[in-house]
Design a protein around this ligand. Structure first.
Ligand code: GAP
Length: 419
């Protein structure tokens, strides 16, 4: 991960994902999509826009309500969100007094059209959810889905956050993976909510996030959005404290009803079996991609003291999310026969695994580098390989080495990746 716009001194609270981060992020998203959308018969996907009609944000309540109260310290000029302050009387950083409370919108405004003054003001989406509501009828009309069913979507969201920090925990631009699961108004929502909560934890298991770091924070009545009947913040024990990682909310028929009213369109569902027409209710599981990555990195980061007194740094990722699954090395970089054989092994493994080629420095350094980026297995081609057609496979966590026949290598690695 790099600071955003680093060559210009950086832009606060923005980050770019480098080569390893991009792989990790893609794995998190790909697994989410498969688990939540493709594996379930009652789910379909959507890829909606980032820029939506401004009326969407009026109807959803964001223009009116997506605001935070801000105070500024008169002495050190640090700014805080009022609702995040334990004691709002004095600045926690320097003890100075605060200015009066100001409200500010959490949405980024933008203008459509060549002439700013005449342009249409709209917003970059602060959540992916709304396109799933505005496309509800399109999806009903173009698929064979019957209620209960859900829509899943992932993509960028933007928030003009003032309390930032903690790396990629809270940034201006981030990615969400969200589900709107539509149910009948008289459905047993409590059971459906519980079933979804269980299913969400299956994703934590899938990507290797340990359940012992999770905590379900039931949001009390007075703190919930007025339209929500139940919300749970799924919190995670980050190194800087227990904070929201994902969430699940029962949002009743609020969103679809709001869009029905504002658009004048007949956003309803006709239940053919019971001959009933209604506005569906919705249960919304929501996930932050970047916070998931932060949780994965926090859990995986391990320091181990070696016998020689050195410290070995390892990212103990579950292989399923590891940026690279296998690294392939020729033992020596200046022996052509070794390089040719290693290239052959690398090319054949690349068909099944994301592979990293390394012929720099010595083998010890190459192992250390792979430990630090979380590669589960390293494969080394040495002089014995040329005679016996086998290689050394070194395990990231145990550092144990085994000789494996090249003909068995792909199968052996597949088994190791599945644990
Ligand atoms: N549609 C519901 C919704 O947007 P949210 O709790 O405001 O709910 C959902 O956001 C998830 O998005 C959070 O659980 C978190 O993982 C992620 N998220 C929210 N704001 C974020 C930010 N500024 N930076 C990184 N992730 C953020």
């Amino acid at each position: 991960m790099f600071s955003g716009s680093e060559i210009y001194g950086g832009l606060a609270n923005t980050y770019d994902y480098g080569p390893l981060g991009a792989e990790l992020k893609n794995n998190v998203k790909r697994l989410w999509w498969k688990y939540f959308v493709q594996d379930r018969e009652d789910m379909v996907g959507l890829d909606g826009g980032i820029i939506l009609h401004p009326k969407v944000w009026e109807a959803s309540g964001h223009v009116k309500n997506f605001k935070d109260s801000l105070v500024e310290c008169k002495k050190c000029h640090h700014r805080f969100r009022l609702d995040k302050l334990k004691d709002a009387s004095k600045c926690p950083d320097c003890g100075g007094p605060f200015t009066e409370v100001k409200m500010f919108s959490g949405m980024f405004k933008t203008i459509i059209g060549p002439v700013e003054e005449e342009g249409l003001i709209t917003y970059l989406r602060p959540e992916t959810a709304q396109a799933m509501f505005t496309n509800f009828t399109n999806i009903l009309d173009s698929t064979n889905k019957k209620i209960p069913f859900g829509i899943g979507q992932m993509g960028k969201a933007f928030r003009n956050e003032i309390t930032t920090g903690n790396f990629i925990f809270r940034t201006l631009e981030f990615e969400q993976m969200e589900i709107e699961y539509f149910i009948a108004p008289d459905a047993d929502w409590k059971k459906i909510f519980e079933d979804w909560l269980k299913y969400i934890y299956g994703y934590a298991d899938l990507i290797g996030l340990s359940r012992k770091n999770f905590f379900n924070h039931e949001i009390p009545d007075k703190e919930r959005a007025f339209y929500s009947k139940r919300t749970i913040d799924i919190e995670y024990q980050f190194p800087f404290g227990q904070e929201e990682l994902w969430a699940i909310a029962y949002r009743t028929d609020y969103d679809l009803s709001q869009h029905k009213k504002a658009s004048g369109k007949n956003i309803e569902y006709f239940d053919n079996e019971n001959k009933k027409r209604y506005v569906p209710h919705v249960i919304e599981p929501t996930f932050g991609v970047d916070r998931t990555i932060l949780a994965l990195i926090s859990q995986a980061y391990t320091e181990e003291k070696l016998e020689n007194g050195e410290t070995r740094v390892i990212l103990k990722f579950n292989p399923i999310v590891a940026p690279y699954k296998v690294a392939v090395f020729p033992l020596l970089a200046n022996k052509e026969k070794l390089i040719l054989k290693a290239r052959e092994v690398y090319s054949s493994l690349k068909k099944d695994f994301t592979c990293f080629w390394d012929d720099r420095g010595n083998i010890g350094k190459r192992y250390r580098y792979q430990d630090e980026v979380g590669t589960p297995c390293c494969v080394t081609i040495d002089f014995d390989t040329l005679e016996k057609d086998d290689v050394t496979v070194r395990d990231r966590d145990t550092m144990k080495q085994e000789r494996i026949k090249i003909s068995d290598l792909a199968e052996y690695l597949k088994e190791k990746m599945e644990g």
